[in-house]
Design a protein around this ligand. Structure first.
Ligand SMILES: Nc1ncnc2c1ncn2[C@@H]1O[C@H](COP(=O)(O)OP(=O)(O)OP(=O)(O)O)[C@@H](O)[C@H]1O
Ligand SMILES: [Mg+2]
Length: 358
């Protein structure tokens, strides 16, 4: 549906987007995830045509876009600050684009009713836009964009201004609307949880570049570098050195000892980082059974997170404690009052991701 080919954008001396190449499929829910200033909005505005490309090419639905102005692109955009008209009621806000297209009145009314139903605001048509809550306004903004049946909907932090509860509710609604309509969504967010929950695929941006494009679980399980690994979820990083002898590759890992890892192009003596998620470890009061790697440590602190907890375990040869995830059972938490006691960390080879040292 969207093909972004070697696209760059410079503003004076600022290189906002650097050589981005991406393909987004028809009907895909695609997110651009990155820290503030990483170039997400700039890329979105180039897709919409509000900003020209400095170099490279954008093709949408088979059509090169360089000479196509925003209003002729098969695209609509929803902005962070709900851009609805305060002097119009809900119905007229939603119908705004249809009126400009000259859609017959009766047809407009039918389509607006269907939209009000879809955004779960039936009966709100005659309210003034200013008499709505933030979340309701944002749904009206969505309806106004969706009623024109764009092939692509661009959303720039559309839920950024909402409180956590409403944001989560709107996330579910967005996803189900998108499934229902089959429209291609491109969402900009700096909220990793939002990107992971909603998207079919996510592009992680940093400094104007796309550093990884993957499914949510791909990003979480196979981050390409420390930056992505640290940005998505919690991660333990261990300094390590590769030990390669014949067909056997292992890593000498600070605090964990020497363990076999998947063979790679890395050579004997190379410095690397071994990354293990908190849930990649199993904690036990006794040495774990079975052949997997294990190491002794001491339980330093517990961090209760509601239903689950992070246990911080000190191991010899590593300054920072290792974060281990565990379920926090109601009233029968095996780790309660266990601070300062010896514990064992077990993990499997699959839990280890070997990354380049930075
Ligand atoms: N019109 C402009 N003129 C000059 N520099 C700009 C302009 N628009 C954006 N930039 C710069 O380009 C870079 C990328 O900005 P952009 O708005 O795309 O970031 P973003 O990822 O959307 O950030 P945020 O999460 O804060 O919205 C920033 O360094 C920004 O200062
Ligand atoms: Mg932005």
């Amino acid at each position: 549906m969207i093909s972004i080919q070697n696209v760059s954008k410079t503003f004076g001396r600022v290189q906002a987007v650097r050589d981005v190449t991406l393909d987004i499929a028809r009907g895909e829910f695609f997110s651009l995830l990155g820290a503030s200033g990483s170039g997400k909005t700039t890329l979105l505005r180039m897709l919409a045509g509000f900003e020209g490309v400095t170099s490279g090419k954008i093709v949408i639905d088979g059509q090169p876009m360089q000479d196509t102005p925003p209003h002729l692109r098969p695209i609509n955009m929803v902005f962070q600050n709900y851009a609805i008209f305060p002097h119009l009621n809900v119905r007229d806000n939603i119908a705004y684009g249809l009126r400009r297209l000259g859609t017959p009145k009766a047809e407009q009314a039918r389509m607006v009713d269907a939209m009000l139903e879809m955004i779960a605001l039936p009966g709100y048509g005659d309210r003034l836009a200013t008499q709505l809550s933030g979340g309701q306004m944002q749904r009206v903004a969505l309806a106004r964009a969706l009623i024109l049946k764009p092939k692509v909907l661009l959303l720039d932090e559309p839920l950024g201004a909402l409180d956590k509860q409403l944001r989560e509710q709107m996330q579910l609604e967005l996803r189900s609307l998108q499934r229902q309509l089959g429209i291609t969504f491109v969402l900009v967010t700096h909220d990793q949880e939002e990107a992971l929950t909603l998207s079919d695929r996510v592009a992680v941006m940093s400094n104007g570049q796309v550093i990884q494009v993957d499914t949510p679980s791909g990003l979480y399980d196979r981050p390409v570098n420390r930056q992505v690994a640290a940005f998505v979820g919690t991660m333990n990083f261990f300094d390590a050195r590769i030990r390669a002898q014949g067909p056997d590759t292992s890593a000498e890992i600070a605090g964990l000892g020497r363990h076999p890892v998947a063979p790679s192009a890395r050579r004997d003596g190379d410095r690397v980082l071994v990354a293990i998620r908190p849930e990649g470890f199993a904690l036990s009061p006794q040495p774990p059974e079975g052949p997997g790697p294990r190491v002794a440590g001491r339980l330093m602190a517990r961090q209760y997170l509601g239903g689950r907890q992070l246990l911080h375990v000190a191991v010899e040869g590593r300054a920072a404690p290792v974060a281990v995830a565990a379920v926090a059972h109601r009233g029968q938490d095996p780790w309660e009052g266990m601070e300062d006691n010896p514990v064992w960390l077990g993990w499997s080879r699959d839990a280890m991701t070997v990354l380049d040292a930075d």
